[in-house]
Ligand binder design. Structure first.
Ligand SMILES: [Zn+2]
Length: 386
């Protein structure tokens, strides 16, 4: 196998809370805690709001909107200026909507923890004017029941119009807690990934077990894209959900496979799926390369890219670097496992890359070593033309 360029190992820690929204560390301290740990990109995503209103009762806890968006942005800009070796991304974790069920004796707050991470906005006004129930500018209130996907789609559309990126956070997490006589309950919301459109992606590690299974919800969405039923693919990222010193800021990570020198490079990479996700506390597992080559025309495509080919035959090449033996390496095509191995270097020839109902196909890779460290790539697409 020819020596192809190895992916860089630029690790990003995404989904971080600071003292702006209940985290224990200031943005400055968060950056300091990441120093020397191989983290190049830090995406700070404090809560937009943590405000619950039930008729005359209102709880309003620390959040970016409470402190002030400009203060948040200024502070992050100042920290970024002092730490040029890290790329600091300024984002928000939002709760677009919630609603009340039950009665005064036992009120239940539904779906508050259905969170969407917004990255890539630059104007303070764009942060400030997001359509969120807590800001009373979304057109929804908390007393008229569920509105399905609409409040979330509204936020996604808003961000898209302003060049922002949106990621569903922890879609498989159920959240249930009680305070006084009230309860806050958010069931897992993986199905919302299928109901919503045009968002950038979702967080798969550490809590995306079923979503990313071969043939699971993510593959269904990617198949819909390949069949022309969706305009955009959906990408995976990992989230650290970092809040305090004892949390691990570098596990799981989102690894960039293209060069990133500044914020714009980071947004471009995330927007185009040029990342894979890695869960490895010992840093014993990396992906060195994952490429699809078209024998006929000598074209190649890598993670997040699309290979246009006239040929039926393509070759998938991958190289994994694991200091510990691999337990399994799965190549998934259109939702089904095409090849399973324990080899760190492999090639797979597909003689029928697109067929029948598919205008496009997708290939993605999942690997795990015997330590339980695992990685998952975004797909490579193959598109036939005559
Ligand atoms: Zn959250």
């Amino acid at each position: 196998m020819e020596d192809i360029d190895r992916f860089e190992r630029i690790a990003g820690s995404i989904h971080i809370h600071t003292t702006f929204s209940g985290g224990n560390l200031s943005p400055e301290e968060v950056v300091a805690s990441a120093q020397g740990k191989g983290i190049k990109v830090l995406a700070l995503t404090d809560y937009s709001d943590r405000k619950w209103e039930y008729h005359r009762i209102c709880i309003n806890r620390a959040s970016v909107l409470k402190f002030g968006v400009r203060k948040y942005l200024d502070e992050l800009k100042s920290v970024a200026g002092k730490n040029p070796d890290v790329i600091i991304i300024c984002g928000l974790e939002t709760s677009p909507f919630y609603y009340w069920e039950g009665n005064f004796l036992k009120p239940v707050c539904r779906d508050y923890n259905k969170h969407i991470i917004v990255l890539g906005l630059t104007e303070p006004d764009d942060f400030e004017n997001m359509p969120l129930l807590a800001r009373k500018n979304s057109g929804y209130d908390q007393y008229s029941g569920s509105h399905g996907i609409d409040p979330y789609q509204k936020l996604i559309d808003y961000a898209n119009l302003r060049g922002g990126l949106t990621f569903w956070a922890h879609p498989e997490m159920e959240d249930d807690f009680h305070f006084l006589n009230a309860r806050s309950y958010t069931p897992a919301y993986a199905e919302d990934l299928k109901r919503s459109l045009n968002y950038t992606g979702f967080s798969v590690f550490p809590r995306g077990e079923k979503l990313a299974e071969p043939g699971g919800c993510w593959d269904e969405i990617l198949c819909d894209y390949c069949r022309g039923r969706r305009g955009k693919p959906v990408w995976v990222i990992a989230e650290t959900d970092y809040r305090k010193q004892s949390d691990d800021i570098c596990n799981p990570v989102t690894v960039f496979v293209s060069a990133v020198r500044d914020e714009e490079d980071v947004y471009n990479a995330l927007s185009n799926g040029k990342v894979y996700v890695l869960e490895s506390s010992s840093r014993s597992l990396y992906l060195d390369s994952f490429t699809i080559v078209d024998g006929a025309a000598d074209n190649a495509a890598s993670i997040g890219e699309s290979l246009r080919t006239r040929s039926d035959v393509i070759k998938v090449c991958a190289r994994i670097d694991s200091s510990i033996p691999l337990r399994t390496v799965n190549l998934v095509k259109n939702g089904a496992v095409m090849s399973e191995t324990t080899q760190s270097v492999f090639e797979y020839t597909d003689k029928n890359c697109t067929s029948g109902q598919y205008q496009k196909s997708f290939y993605r890779l999942q690997a795990e070593n015997i330590n339980g460290d695992r990685l998952l790539t975004n797909p490579i697409f193959v598109e036939r033309f005559q």
